[in-house]
Write a protein that binds this ligand. Structure first.
Ligand SMILES: Nc1ncnc2c1ncn2[C@@H]1O[C@H](COP(=O)(O)OP(=O)(O)OP(=O)(O)O)[C@@H](O)[C@H]1O
Length: 251
């Protein structure tokens, strides 16, 4: 029997024989891999290798042609509407450009999911929004600013706070450090690791940032020619290649 939230599952996500297509074009050809609880997992590969498409199959944006995406034991593309909604509450997504509403200030942006999905009192929603703001390393004064008044790093942090607002079990990040200077990018990596430890979440990210891969990622897959070219840790990859740096930068 499928369990909805079996806390003992070692694999929080299981991809089984997954094939995705656009029209007649095959992007992934029967790929399988697992993502474990509390790990930071990267989807890597060259431009056009299908990283975003794969991420999209896990966040309800792209239906696979065949195969399964199992999250917490459930085949997510085979759920009834009520279970789909419940499953969506287990995931938080930070899109590449933050996806903040430009006409709303930071506090209002953060309160959106809490207003929509909880019955909390307005004063509690506001307090929670402030707590998340602090958790992602932003000061309370930032609450009143509008997105166009924020730096790139701050936009990412607000987007992160909003993705975490409903306490999801899995956080999906699309190119989290793109557009950030190297110092901000490493701070963002450190924040992701800290939040993973603090909240016990699993993190799945699409990235081109090889410093993130080397510094923050536990395991990864590398996509190539519709298949998984490599699956494992940075250390395992290093054992298979003469120059890890050269290899990673050539992906
Ligand atoms: N909506 C779509 N319709 C048709 N083809 C698409 C669509 N989205 C992506 N593709 C194609 O599917 C392939 C994989 O795209 P995808 O965006 O998943 O790759 P990616 O690895 O994330 O690329 P990048 O690193 O450049 O962002 C590409 O050839 C792309 O042109």
């Amino acid at each position: 029997m499928e369990s909805q939230t079996n806390a003992n599952f070692q694999n929080i996500i299981e991809i089984r024989n997954l094939t995705t297509t656009y029209g007649t074009r095959i992007i992934h050809d029967r790929i399988s891999f697992n993502i474990r609880r509390k790990e930071i997992f990267a989807l890597l590969g060259g431009s056009g290798s299908g990283k975003s498409t794969l991420l999209n199959t896990m966040i309800f944006l792209k239906q696979p042609t065949s195969g399964e995406v199992r999250i917490l034991g459930q085949n997510i593309w085979n759920l009834n509407p009520k279970d789909t909604l419940q499953c969506k509450l287990n995931i938080g997504v930070l899109f590449q450009f933050g996806a903040l509403f430009s006409s709303l200030n930071v506090l209002e942006n953060l309160m959106i999911p809490l207003r929509e999905w909880t019955n909390f009192r307005p004063s509690d929603i506001e307090s929670l929004a402030y707590i998340w703001l602090t958790r992602v390393g932003l000061k309370a004064e930032v609450a009143k600013l509008y997105p166009n008044e924020l730096s790139g790093g701050m936009v990412k942090r607000v987007g992160l706070a909003r993705a975490l607002a409903l306490s999801p079990k899995i956080l999906f990040l699309d190119e989290p450090t793109s557009g950030l200077d190297p110092k901000s990018a490493r701070h963002f990596d450190a924040l992701i690791m800290e939040l993973r430890d603090l909240l016990g979440i699993s993190v799945v990210m699409v990235t081109h940032d090889m410093e993130s891969v080397k510094g923050a990622v536990d395991r990864m897959i590398i996509l190539k020619n519709q298949k998984i070219f490599f699956e494992g840790s940075v250390r395992e990859l290093a054992q298979q290649t003469q120059s890890l740096d050269l290899f990673l930068y050539q992906i």
